[in-house]
Design a protein around this ligand. Structure first.
Ligand code: BES
Ligand code: ZN
Length: 443
């Protein structure tokens, strides 16, 4: 028998709410319906708002004059679980292995979100009210770049008016070490398609006389970096803000992370932009990544074919003060300059999200740090993260408020990967953190 809190988390985890995949639309919807009903049951009046995509949930306690208003954000959508064969337990059936819950979404973000919801439930049950006016804003499109949430914020600006936002959707530097994240990288995505012959061709009959789209995609990909890993798109680094001195000193205290990264990633060796530490490369430097590349025969054995088309999918991680739209424009121009011969090139621009940086020593930042200290003991680690939460900078732009990122994930929770997991201890600490955080923010 599990605790009632764990049972609730398990129920949410069983919905395969994969936002990017329309065959999971009904599951995503069911997750939103269940979550809204759960919020209503604990005394948070919840409303489901339709969007052109997956719904947004807003839930509030009774708001009283003269109290702080805190907006708690989270996402109930998850990344696809593929490849299924790599999972040791069923991806959408939460399973306890040792002291961890295994399931897609366990850490990103259902476990972290439900820790807060269960923390609210406990306070509401024990004290009849929360110490602040609370707004829960839960969405189902974070993993696809939150395309409908910024317009939603703009349309519900008054209803969402608050003093500060809090999110648990980032990491901890190690088990038991409270971690405050004051910066996130942004993101800009695009896709290139190289189209050659109108049909797949026999590579013996025609090869030599026409361009091979797969070769040409490889040529394009190879223009993105130099041999040392520096991005070659003109202007790419122009707006990059340098690391502050206090950050460099503070990150040094985290020790040598290179060996941990080697171990966790399983890569044979580290490779990154020269002249920067491993942490700087992941947290404070922008990157260009190929997330997918394809074209031609993928089956067993060989097939002598010139594919009619090939593609690559790119994402660029951005840091302050890079502008996602400017980066995409620079990338598009770069790809056109390097347009290989013999193919037609299509560049499809994708979703974007701004990087984020706040002052961790602001009054709300210090309140968050105190809540982490009370929950975990010891001074919290102050870090940036390499991942992106696209809506965070929009909270600043539209609502004018900072976002406190109080992560509960461990480096080996395998977010987005097979065997994603979340320690039960972190789920329980998250409930306690929610209670301390609201108390600190109320002061
Ligand atoms: N929870 C992550 C973001 C994250 C992970 C921040 C680890 C810091 C540390 C979030 O759910 C996520 O995966 N975001 C996507 C956004 C993208 C699809 C627009 C990301 O970073 O790839
Ligand atoms: Zn994610």
């Amino acid at each position: 028998m599990h605790s009632p809190e764990l049972n609730d988390l398990f129920t949410l985890l069983r919905f395969a709410s994969v936002s990017t995949d329309s065959k999971h639309n009904a599951d995503t919807r069911a997750a939103a319906d269940w979550l809204a009903a759960k919020l209503n049951r604990i005394g948070m009046a919840a409303v489901i708002h339709e969007t052109p995509g997956h719904p947004v949930i807003i839930a509030k306690n009774k708001h009283l004059e003269g109290r702080r208003t805190v907006l708690l954000y989270g996402h109930y959508d998850v990344q696809p679980a593929e490849p299924y064969t790599e999972w040791r337990t069923p991806p959408f059936e939460p399973t306890i292995v040792g002291d961890r819950i295994m399931c897609r979404g366990a850490t990103d973000n259902k476990g972290q979100l439900m820790a807060h919801v269960c923390g609210l439930e406990k306070t509401l049950r024990e004290e009849g009210d929360l110490p602040v006016n609370l707004i829960c804003l839960f969405e189902g499109e974070e993993e696809i770049g939150s395309p409908n949430l910024k317009p939603f914020l703009e349309a519900h600006r008054d209803e969402l008016k608050c003093d500060v936002v809090a999110i648990s959707d980032t990491g901890m530097v190690a088990a038991g070490v409270g971690t405050f994240t004051y910066g996130l990288r942004g993101i800009a995505c695009c896709e290139v398609i190289a189209r050659g012959p109108s049909i797949d061709l026999h590579s013996g009959i025609w090869g030599g006389a026409v361009a091979n789209p797969a070769t040409m995609i490889a040529r394009l990909v190879s223009t993105l970096h130099d041999a040392e890993g520096k991005v070659q798109v003109p202007g790419f680094y122009d707006a990059v803000r340098l690391l502050a001195d206090w950050e460099r000193d503070s990150w040094k205290k985290l020790g040598d992370t290179a060996s941990e990264t080697l171990e966790l990633t399983g890569s044979p060796e580290l490779f990154g932009e020269a002249g920067y530490t491993e942490l700087e490369q992941r947290w404070a430097r922008p990157t260009a990544e190929v997330n997918g590349i394809g074209g031609g025969y993928q089956g067993e054995g060989s097939k002598t074919v010139i594919p009619r088309e090939a593609f690559a999918k790119f994402s660029f991680r951005l840091v302050p003060d890079q502008q996602p739209d400017e980066i995409l424009a620079a990338v598009e121009a770069h790809l056109k300059v390097h347009q290989p011969p013999g193919i037609r090139l299509e560049v499809k621009l994708g979703h974007t999200g701004f990087p984020y940086l706040m002052d961790p020593f602001s009054p709300f930042g210090l309140a968050a740090q105190r809540a982490l200290e009370t929950t975990f003991g010891g001074k919290p680690a102050l870090i940036r993260e390499g991942g992106s939460i696209p809506i965070v900078q929009a909270f600043k732009d539209v609502l004018g408020v900072d976002t406190l990122l109080l992560g509960l994930a461990l480096p080996d929770c395998q977010a987005h990967a097979p065997n994603e997991n979340f320690p039960i201890a972190n789920f329980e600490a998250g409930m306690v953190l929610n209670q301390h955080l609201l108390r600190e923010l109320a002061k």
